[in-house]
Design a protein around this ligand. Structure first.
Ligand code: ZN
Length: 648
């Protein structure tokens, strides 16, 4: 297997395997096939959500790529292709992680000549006049000052006007916040996720939600999704059939109560081997955290590896009871934490090409409290990362002590997977809110602090003697491998993902930095974590693992308090003090050393290809192929799974 199949800019494209697919039953293969089709049909939605020009840009660039009569053996053309590959990767013109708009490395003149060399009928015709299309596309690509960020959460700005995401139009932050504050009823113990599935616009001076449903916004794509879901329902077992039908009903009504009903059914189904996420789920792309990006992931359970997570979830109550958080914020009764290790079969929407390695859903706090949550570790994706990273020189460059490297080599992937299990399966699900706290008080700091909380839970428990007792790790060395790596990454190596001069933006990166820097400062008197400079190179070394664990526990207690009480000011202070500002000198050093290794800091994936074997109109088998190339797959998806108009 060739793992790395393309590289450009700061990106590498990997393949992933789907072990076990061949031995699934025919019904399971059929179900996966239909769910995969439903997954791919939502691709345009995420482009439009990420920015209102993205579909027009993608289609214009693809038209040029496929049809322009031009010399393709020039550096200019290469720069153009690189830009297109970046747009595909980010599902838009802003970097998927940093949120900054891409800078084209070709000139405006050249771009105009490419448009001129492309037959007019190949360019998008549904956007407006050709001139308007060219003006808008040119402006968004070349005008640096125009919508420079997809999400801007910096202090003192109106986050909605400053952000290029397409979840609001003509609405200020204050107006949006007031709109949703009005909607919320503090007495409602089962609140819907206000605003989750709509765009908020101002029309004739009044605010109005454009709901994403059949007959509403994004209808053309949702109709296709639903069409495939109907086929999926036709081959699913009764429990899952009911779940899929509920999802279909919600896609038709757009009613968030129905989404909650669906989520409850979905989280309660722990028996089905094949499972899926399909919908408007995560709110990271909205600076205010109301609106969810569309994503889909189809998967099936990895039975062998799931034994590990089963042990963890069976002991969920023990972990909750022994957590270092205040007793009043502990769940008296941990419900339905179901954890499993899964094999991803397809990645789509906001999960493609860059994808998470673990998922814990649903996001609704009251559903989690009443019905629990489903937590997954996506092991075939982690395996692909690991395989692609073999021998890339990273550890030799950044890990000072041989003992740390040895521990990482020996226990690195076990510790990584266990960290993900604990983070997803217990971390997000643990704790409870104080009476009267709604859960949205932390606003733009909510996502970061939630990830911080889940990470701290994982870090604290991975070094608990209980882990050895349960047979999850052979010795605490596995935990120390995780500690060394986590702190090194949080304080230093993750900076490789950020451009010189920029701060940390992404929620997970902010949380890792927050945790590491806080522990560095709080442990200074005892020299728990030390920055060492050897031969002009900076290293981060953990001197006292036991004390570090205590610090993780202390911080977990505080972050849980902040969440439980909705203490916005304290949360803000933590994130602003420890999670964002970068030391420019260290940053430059990391970038330089990283560049020397020639490792792209971000990875994403192409999906395998699934080909149904048919007999008449019956699918009698589904074959899987690992032969997709990046560009070909993107063009294929644009050809076969593109249903939205260029403007929505
Ligand atoms: Zn998380």
């Amino acid at each position: 297997m060739k793992w790395i199949i393309d590289r450009f800019d700061d990106i590498r494209i990997l393949r992933y395997e789907v072990p076990g697919f061949e031995s699934l039953s025919l019904e399971e293969k059929q179900l996966i096939y239909y769910l995969n089709q439903a997954a791919l049909c939502g691709r345009d939605i995420i482009y439009d959500q990420n920015g209102r020009y993205n579909l027009a840009v993608r289609r214009t660039l693809e038209a040029i790529y496929e049809h322009a009569e031009t010399d393709r053996n020039t550096p200019k053309w290469e720069a153009f292709v690189k830009y297109l590959k970046k747009v595909w990767f980010a599902n838009g013109v802003h970097h998927h992680y940093s949120n900054d708009k891409f800078t084209p490395e070709f000139s405006l003149d050249y771009f105009q000549s490419l448009i001129g060399a492309t037959p007019e009928n190949e360019l998008p015709t549904d956007y407006g006049t050709k001139q308007k299309l060219i003006n808008d596309v040119t402006r968004i690509i070349f005008d640096k000052t125009y919508i420079p960020k997809r999400v801007d959460q910096s202090q003192g700005t109106d986050m909605l006007t400053a952000s290029g995401m397409n979840y609001y139009e003509g609405v200020t932050q204050a107006e949006a916040e007031a709109f949703y504050a009005d909607m919320a009823n503090p007495a409602d113990t089962e609140p819907i996720s206000y605003g989750l599935n709509s765009k908020l616009v101002k029309k004739d001076g009044r605010l109005e939600e454009k709901v994403w449903r059949i007959g509403g916004m994004y209808s053309q794509a949702i109709e296709k999704i639903v069409g495939w879901l109907e086929k999926a329902a036709g081959v699913a077992q009764p429990i899952q059939k009911a779940i899929i039908e509920k999802l279909i009903s919600y896609y038709k009504s757009g009613d968030l109560r129905e989404f909650d009903e669906y989520s409850i059914m979905w989280v309660s189904d722990i028996s089905s081997k094949v499972d899926f996420v399909n919908g408007f789920i995560e709110v990271y792309g909205d600076p205010l955290g109301y609106k969810a990006s569309w994503e889909s992931l189809v998967n099936f359970r990895n039975e062998e590896a799931t034994k590990r997570t089963r042990i963890i979830s069976e002991n969920a109550q023990w972990f909750e009871d022994h957590s270092p958080i205040e007793d009043k914020y502990k769940k008296p009764e941990v419900k339905g934490v179901s954890a499993k290790v899964i094999t991803a079969a397809i990645l789509a929407g906001d999960c493609y090409p860059a994808t998470p390695i673990g998922i814990n859903l649903p996001n609704s706090d009251w559903i989690r409290k009443e019905y629990g949550s489903k937590s997954v570790t996506i092991e075939n994706i982690t395996d692909a990362y690991e395989a692609a990273a073999k021998g890339d020189g990273f550890r030799e460059e950044f890990v000072l002590r041989a003992e740390d490297r040895e521990r990482m080599d020996k226990y690195g992937s076990l510790a990584d997977n266990l960290h993900t299990d604990l983070h997803e399966c217990l971390g997000h699900g643990s704790g409870q809110l104080a009476p009267g706290t709604k859960g949205d008080e932390l606003k733009n700091y909510g996502s970061v602090l939630e990830e911080t909380r889940a990470d701290l839970f994982a870090l604290y428990y991975i070094a608990d003697p209980k882990m050895i007792e349960l047979g999850l790790i052979p010795s605490l060395d596995a935990a120390w491998a995780e500690y060394s790596k986590y702190i090194m990454n949080g304080m230093m190596t993750q900076l490789a993902r950020i451009q010189a001069g920029k701060d940390v933006e992404q929620a997970h990166m902010r949380n890792r930095k927050l945790i590491s820097e806080w522990c560095f400062k709080e442990g200074k008197a005892d020299n728990v974590i030390e920055k060492k400079v050897v031969d002009g190179k900076t290293y981060v070394v953990v001197n006292d693992f036991g004390k570090l664990r205590e610090l993780f526990g202390q911080l977990l207690r505080e972050v849980q308090r902040i969440k439980s009480e909705g203490d916005y000011e304290a949360g803000k202070a933590l994130v602003e003090t420890y999670g964002i500002k970068v030391d420019p000198e260290l940053h430059e050093e990391v970038l330089k050393r990283y560049a020397g290794l020639k490792i792209e800091p971000y990875s994403g994936f192409v999906n395998p290809r699934y080909v149904p074997v048919t007999d008449g109109d019956q699918i009698v088998d589904v074959k899987i192929f690992y032969d997709s190339e990046y560009t070909a797959q993107m063009l294929e998806y644009s050809r076969n799974y593109s249903f939205l108009p260029s403007r929505n």
